[in-house]
Design a protein around this ligand. Structure first.
Ligand code: AMP
Ligand code: GLY
Length: 444
């Protein structure tokens, strides 16, 4: 089978890496890809906002399965375009992708189907938003309605910050049209978790192992939010009973709700959760795998990924089982100077080959290019240094040992990826089970 992966980040590199291992894969392609992906798949340029261009490329390559990484092509309707042409593609339609592309749709959808989430109000003007925000205690969360590449959510701690954020979003349109409408939301306290399932359009699901992202730029969850500075996946994150609750109270009602709305959901569904004292609540949906979460998660996958994706497309997920390594995996993101603002690029990356030759380590590329025999930085997030080991402390140590071997000018990273998880793996006194509900609110 010929397979095409759409996207250019660490998540897409991890997808290519696993898809390539499959017995069912003949040729594997990626568009647009990056320097790391190009060593494992043939790459082609493409505009990820133009469904017709992506379909033309898939036709030329005779891609029998296309896998979409990021949200932009999904929100642009790439799945609808392929379906009309009868070409197999994994991911939700444009209508179903509104779970991510419209925060207002997502919140009202959760309200309609009784899916636990933070109390909220929708506002269409600065005055309306300012009035609504006064009804919520501080801190209050302000979310731009549309896609804003991770920059559309602010946890405002003072009334002044509320005002400044609304001013920027709604009056100055700092995020363009994405900020024309906002959701004002109660701030939830607890531990954040990424719970992802693969769904078929018939209500079948395959839950992936749990993961935790590190969205804030700086150690201790301080500083501005980013696309994600690192992640780990470890079964200890989620007790089996809580996992069942999440599936019963959140995942299945979401899929049934989408079906009832005439937009049956197929593909990866990412539930960004807060584990609150009242139980798990949805912070947001993403209509795709998370990045960086996909990197440690896929590092643990032992099943044939093509078989799983085929089962999703064929409406057969209830008949397959995912096999995962019991070993935890960790990804540390190495970022360019300036990120999450405009990054400095074109810096020579050294030491990555030696780092990758360490056992249990794989380096997924994001913003990289290969030019005149050198690997250069080409974006904000550059590499996802990923390690797997029999326990979380060893996986963390392995990832950071590899990180130490890599260098580029202006390189920065968080030194505490996985630290929250180490709490879960602390042995508990007899008779007690680790309580994932205990935790701290984030402080960015
Ligand atoms: P989102 O872009 O919707 O993922 O939001 C980005 C981040 O903002 C989340 O990962 C949370 O850390 C934080 N956040 C969003 N909504 C809330 C909320 N209601 N309460 C507390 N934190 C939130
Ligand atoms: N890491 C969070 C996301 O993919 O949106």
């Amino acid at each position: 089978m010929n397979i095409l992966v759409l996207g250019s980040g660490g998540r897409e590199h991890a997808l290519v890496y696993k898809l390539r291992e499959s017995q069912l894969t003949d040729d594997i392609f990626c568009a647009p890809g990056n320097a790391g992906i190009a060593t494992e798949a043939e790459c082609f340029p493409v505009d990820l906002t133009r469904p017709a261009d992506m379909l033309r490329l898939a036709n030329e390559l005779n891609a029998e399965l296309t896998v979409v990484g990021p949200e932009a092509p999904l929100a642009a309707g790439v799945v609808d375009e392929f379906q009309k042409a009868g070409r197999a593609i994994l991911g939700p339609t444009r209508q179903a992708a509104r779970l991510e592309s419209s925060k207002i749709f997502a919140k009202q959808f959760m309200q309609r189907y009784g899916i636990p989430t933070a109390r909220f109000a929708v506002a269409e003007s600065f005055e309306e938003a300012a009035r609504a925000a006064r009804e919520f205690p501080l801190p209050v969360v302000i979310k731009a309605e549309g896609l804003a590449a991770g920059k559309g959510v602010v946890v405002a701690r003072t009334r002044e910050e509320v005002e400044l954020t609304l001013e920027a979003f709604m009056r100055r349109r700092a995020l363009g049209e994405a900020g024309a409408r906002v959701v004002i939301e109660e701030c939830l306290v607890g531990e954040e978790m990424s719970f992802i399932v693969l769904a078929d359009a018939r209500g079948g699901i395959l839950p992936l192992p749990p993961a935790q992202d590190h969205k804030a730029l700086l150690e201790g969850d301080l500083g501005p939010n980013t696309g994600g500075m690192g992640a780990y996946s470890d079964d200890a994150l989620l007790a089996p009973a809580l996992r069942q609750d999440i599936i019963r109270q959140i995942v299945l009602p979401t899929l049934r709700g989408m079906e009832a709305e005439g937009a049956p959901y197929q593909g990866f569904l990412y539930c960004g959760l807060m584990l609150t004292a009242e139980g798990p609540k949805v912070l947001e949906y993403n209509v795709r795998l998370g990045d960086p979460e996909a990197q440690p998660m896929l590092m643990r996958l032992r099943s044939d990924l093509v078989e799983l994706l085929k089962a999703s497309l064929e409406g057969n997920l209830t008949s397959v089982q995912g096999r995962w390594s019991p070993n935890p995996a960790v990804t540390v993101v190495l970022a360019s100077k300036g990120y999450p603002g405009p990054p400095e690029t074109g810096k020579v990356i050294e030491g990555y080959e030696a780092a990758e030759s360490q056992g249990g380590v794989k380096i997924f590329h994001a913003g990289t290019v290969f030019r005149e025999g050198q690997l250069l930085t080409a974006g904000g997030r550059v590499l996802g240094v990923t390690a797997i080991a029999p326990d979380l402390p060893s996986a963390v140590a392995r990832a950071y040992a590899a990180v130490e071997m890599i260098h580029f000018e202006g390189m920065h990273y968080r030194r505490d990826i996985g630290a929250k998880g180490l709490r879960h793996s602390t042995p508990m006194p007899e008779g007690l089970s680790p309580n994932p509900l205990q935790g701290q609110g984030r402080s960015s």
